[in-house]
Design a protein around this ligand. Structure first.
Ligand code: DX5
Ligand code: ZN
Length: 219
């Protein structure tokens, strides 16, 4: 399957956000990953639909919106309106996950389900035939620049195996601690979409670094 690079603007310089997003686009990024945090589901607050729509105005890349928030159902329409291409909710936070995934798809948006490091693959097995993307957290959500949690590689392998066996086509996304040392491990386990925040935006040259990681992703 094709591999995709999704820089996470969580680690971008917010005073230069537009320029930095365009630099990743020039460097070959495939998606822009938007980490939405509410200070409830995770111990941090980032941004909302306003920033997503601002990024939409200056980039042609699909926006990969990751909702690390309580009660995501209430605000999914606003993120749809803002121009999201993917909306991913955390299974830990949604009681009626099948209905939520259906609602996102009815808005003609790709629907994703996210798993925290300690959440097992079996928690989402029943919904996998309906989702377009599975986001496997490889850090505890809330902050960029954390260390990759290696045991999640086993979970990624199980999710990739399940997709193969069932003839499904969801994308497998990894989010957290992806850099030169961990990218190939994740790719070999079956990852299709690589979220990278600090590895890209903490670098000297965002465009060049994006280009370098894009060539790594493409193997
Ligand atoms: C955690 C965030 C981060 C971010 C990636 O809640 O979701 O995983 O996207 O951050 P880095 O690439 O800096 O680990
Ligand atoms: Zn994320």
């Amino acid at each position: 399957m094709k591999k995709y690079l999704a820089p996470s603007i969580l680690s971008a310089d917010f005073l230069q956000l537009g320029k930095q997003v365009q630099a990743t686009e020039a460097g070959g990024a495939d998606f822009i990953h938007c980490d939405i945090m509410d200070g409830q589901f995770v111990p941090n607050i980032t941004f909302g639909p306003l920033i997503v729509s601002a990024v939409k105005k200056i980039s042609s890349l699909p926006l990969d919106v990751h909702l690390m928030i309580k009660n995501p159902d209430a605000i999914i329409p606003a993120f749809a309106e803002a121009g999201s291409s993917f909306i991913t909710v955390h299974t830990e936070e949604v009681v009626h996950l099948h209905r939520t995934i259906q609602r996102i798809k009815q808005m003609n948006i790709y629907a994703g389900v996210a798993l925290n490091p300690a959440t097992s693959f079996s928690a989402v097995e029943e919904i996998l035939e309906s989702v377009n993307l599975v986001l496997v957290m490889s850090v505890n959500p809330g902050f960029g620049g954390q260390k990759f949690i290696t045991p999640v590689l086993k979970k990624i392998e199980r999710i990739a195996e399940f997709r193969e066996k069932q003839g499904l086509s969801y994308l497998i996304e990894v989010d957290g601690g992806i850099n030169k040392d961990t990218l190939d491990l994740a790719s070999n386990a079956g990852v299709d979409v690589f979220v990278m925040g600090s590895a890209v935006f903490d670098s000297e040259n965002v465009e060049e670094t994006t280009r370098m990681y894009k060539s790594m992703v493409n193997g």
